[in-house]
Each structure stands twice: as C-alpha cells, then as structure tokens.
Design a protein around this ligand. Structure first.
Ligand SMILES: CSC[C@@H](O)[C@@H](O)C(=O)COP(=O)(O)O
Length: 347
C-alpha cells in the first residue's frame, strides 16, 4: 500500500495519524481535503507532501474545468497559494507546487482548460514517478557506504510512508539489508508525534528488518555502548551550505554521533535541496500546537496551562554531516561546492 496514490481522478492517502493501530485510507476528491491531510500530518514526510500537493492541484484544476483558461489559471494560482500555507519547512511542497505552476505558465492564454488539466495530471504523475526513481538511486548509492554488517540508528520516519516508494533513509537501509550489511536498526521514537515508534518500527517490522525501538533520550547511551556504528536520517530542506533541516531531535542525534565518532548520513533527493537559501538559518521552522507536547496517546501528561515550545524541526549544521546521499551520488564537504554542482544538474 502506497502513502500517496492516484487513480480515477482520486488521490488516496494512507492515514498516517492512525498507524500502526489502524490501516485506513483517505479518498480525496477535493483539493481542500488533501490540504487538510497535509496540515494534519495524515500524509507527511517531505517527498510524500510534495506529491500529495501536486495531485491536490490536479483536483483543484478539475474543479475549474468549466472556466475559460485565463480564469481557470488565476483560480488555480489561488489554490496553489492555499496549498503553500499547509506546512512551511519541507521544501518539496513548494518545489512540487512550483513545477505544477510552471506547466500552467507554459500554456498559451488560448489554451483550453481540458488540455491544461491533462498536462497538470501528467506532471503530477511524473513528480510521483521521479520520486520512485530517486528512491531507488539513493538506495544504491547509500548502500555502498555499508560494506560490512552494521547497526544503524535512525530518527523520525524517512521510509515508504514519507515518500512515493521505498523511502530515503529507509530506502538505503532496505538496500543495505538486502546486501547483508545491516544487522539491526535502532529507531528513535521521535517525540512528540512518535513517527519513529508508530511508522518506522512498523515499516521495518513488515519487511522483517530487525528493529529496536528506543526513546529519544536513549540514543546517547546506545552510542556510548557501541550498539550502533552509523546514523542515517532523511531531510526536509537542505541549504546551499549543506545545513540540514529534519525532524526535531535530529540535531541532538548529530551532536551525539560526533561525540562518539559515528558517521552521520543524510539521504535526500534533489527535490529536498533549497538552492535559493545560503544556510540553515534561512529555513522556516514549523511550530505546532502545544497539545502535541502536553498529551501522549490522547492523555494529558502535563499540567493544564503550562507554557510549551514545540518546533517540529531543527537544523543540523553541515559540519556534523559526514555525507549526503542523493540520486546523483554521494556529497561530501565542502558542501557548498558539491551542492552548487548539484544545482547545475537540476536546472
Ligand atoms: C523522506 S522524509 C524526511 C523527512 O521528511 C522526515 O524525516 C521528517 O522530518 C518528517 O516530518 P513530518 O513532520 O513527519 O512530516
């Protein structure tokens, strides 16, 4: 089952807020429902959000089918603006929306709306298909980093649920596992929303890959006791200098890895690079509701009215990153040069 699927003009999303207890899908026939799903994290993970937004724009376009092209176009631009407001950090969302709008811009004012819908649908399908290809290429490049049996630690969920296919970090793990070079994965539970416990542990268990779940504050002790030899995570946005935004807690894991002399790898497709920003300090960090911190499994675990800080992401400085795995190969420091080269390939 895919996290994002498109058929018969319907966007089907696997409802990730219910996993692992319930496996339920959401049928989106309206772009507003898809936008809501992104906002609520029913679909989440940078590449999956991008693909979902692209298909949401196809739904939006179909709603305007009866209009003449100029009006169709301006209404769809408004829909795109609304979709941009759903989540701020993962750049894949903006990248996918920009690609869809570029298709729209490429059509003449005399175009008819039916042809525009067809072109937009084709672009959304291409975005999803390309994500699958990028997953496979990253998996192959990333697996080459593991040449002997290794225990790895991961944070959040950068797997099939977060992408259109096998995942970024978990795609690499899957491939290295097939090659006999992963012995076990330690999954941080990833408070507050438990993507590691609910999603990563679930995905890996389904594939029969040995996984050990730990709470976030156990990672240091696991490293100290030499229970892992590498860390691999995904990313939501990577700046030109190689600074990496990923799920809150990633930065702490990177600092711990440095202290223990453990390599810290990031797996991310080119769609996760923001070639317009110089460093991680330019990355907008989403802040989410206090209730995500004050409650656990629907139960309140903090005093009523307590002040809460709930950033959903943090930025790991490039100095802590051993290598970035992309579909074009492995990037190493100096990252500004490597990412500049990558930006040329992506033009
Ligand atoms: C391949 S997904 C990489 C990241 O998107 C993932 O690690 C992450 O931080 C997801 O955050 P989320 O808030 O669950 O959307």
């Amino acid at each position: 089952m895919r996290s994002v699927a498109w058929s018969n003009n319907c966007l089907t999303l696997l409802n990730q807020t219910l996993l692992p207890n319930k496996v339920e899908t959401i049928a989106c026939n309206d772009w507003r429902r898809a936008a809501e799903a992104i906002r609520r994290l029913e679909v989440r993970g940078a590449p999956a959000i991008g693909a979902a937004a692209a298909f949401a724009l196809v739904l939006g376009a179909r709603e305007q089918a009866a209009l003449a092209f100029p009006e169709f176009k301006s209404n769809l631009q408004e829909t795109a603006e609304a979709l941009r407001q759903t989540r701020p950090t993962a750049v894949n969302l903006f990248w996918a929306i920009d690609r869809m709008l570029a298709v729209l811009e490429g059509l003449p004012d005399t175009a008819d709306s039916a042809a525009a819908i067809q072109a937009l649908e084709q672009e959304a399908i291409t975005i999803a298909d390309e994500d699958k290809e990028m997953n496979a290429k990253m998996a192959a490049f990333g697996a080459s980093l593991f040449t002997s049996p290794t225990c790895v630690l991961t944070h959040c969920n950068a797997g099939a649920l977060a992408t259109v296919d096998i995942g970024t970090a978990l795609g690499v793990i899957r491939q290295a596992w097939k090659q006999g070079n992963i012995t076990r994965v330690f999954a941080d539970e990833t408070r507050p929303l438990l993507q590691g416990a609910r999603l990563t542990a679930w995905e890996l268990m389904q594939d029969g890959i040995p996984v050990t779940l730990i709470t976030d504050n156990m990672a240091g002790w696991v490293m100290k006791n030499k229970m892992v030899q590498a860390v691999i995570v995904g990313a939501d946005r990577i700046a030109l200098n190689g600074d990496v935004a990923n799920k809150i807690g990633t930065y702490s894991v990177a600092v711990l890895a440095k202290e223990h002399g453990i390599p810290f790898y990031v797996a991310a497709p080119s769609s996760t690079f923001d070639f317009k920003i110089a460093s991680g300090s330019d990355i907008p960090i989403e802040e989410r509701s206090a209730t995500e911190v004050t409650s656990l499994g629907g139960n309140c675990v903090a005093p009523q009215g307590v002040h809460v800080f709930n950033p959903a992401f943090d930025v790991t400085p490039h100095s802590l990153v051993t290598a970035i795995i992309t579909e074009h190969g492995l990037l190493h420091a100096p990252y500004d040069q490597a990412i500049h080269q990558l930006s040329k390939l992506c033009k």
